[in-house]
Every structure is written in structure tokens, then in C-alpha cells.
Design a protein around this ligand. Sequence first.
Ligand SMILES: [Zn+2]
Length: 101
Amino acid sequence: MKLKKNDNVIVIAGKDKGKKGKIVRIFPVDGRVIVEGLNLRKKRQRPKKQGEKGQTLEMAHPLEVSNVQLFCASCGKGVRVGAKVGGKKKIRICRGCGKEI
Ligand SMILES: [Zn+2]
């Protein structure tokens, strides 16, 4: 998986298409990521005690990695990522502008 936690991504498919957010969690095995504030689904919570009201919570659900792209600030859009070896470590570069991302 080319994406990492705290990456800024843009959604390219689905109901949140065009929205941006930060990756807060990664599921490499499933190929899914959770993006802060995106793909929210409502979840009803039953009252725990008698006399209490039930709550509706909005939770971010995982998105398929294929439905998001890394957002490049200089290109101003979602881009494909390339890899380059810089010194000892591998760096990710934007395929659009060639900058490190
Ligand atoms: Zn770029």
C-alpha cells in the first residue's frame, strides 16, 4: 500500500467523490483506509440506562484504497504516486509534478 497514516487524500469515487481528508487509520490487509470526516454513516446507539435518550453517532467508515488518491498540494488534485530512491531511503514522488510527497 502506497498510502500512509496522516496522508492527505482525495476521494475519486463514491458518494464522497471530490472530498478531501486525512488518513487516520489503515487496514493494509483489506486494502482500506479510514479518512477523517469522510464516508460517515449514522449509527444509532440505544440508551444504556432507563430514562436515557438514544444517541445517533456519526462514524467514519473505511474507504477502498482504489477510491482515494493522494492529494498533491502543488498540483491541486489527486495524483498517482511514484517511488524514487533518495540516498538510503525510498521517497514517494508525485507523478504530476515530480515533487516529493
Ligand atoms: Zn504534484
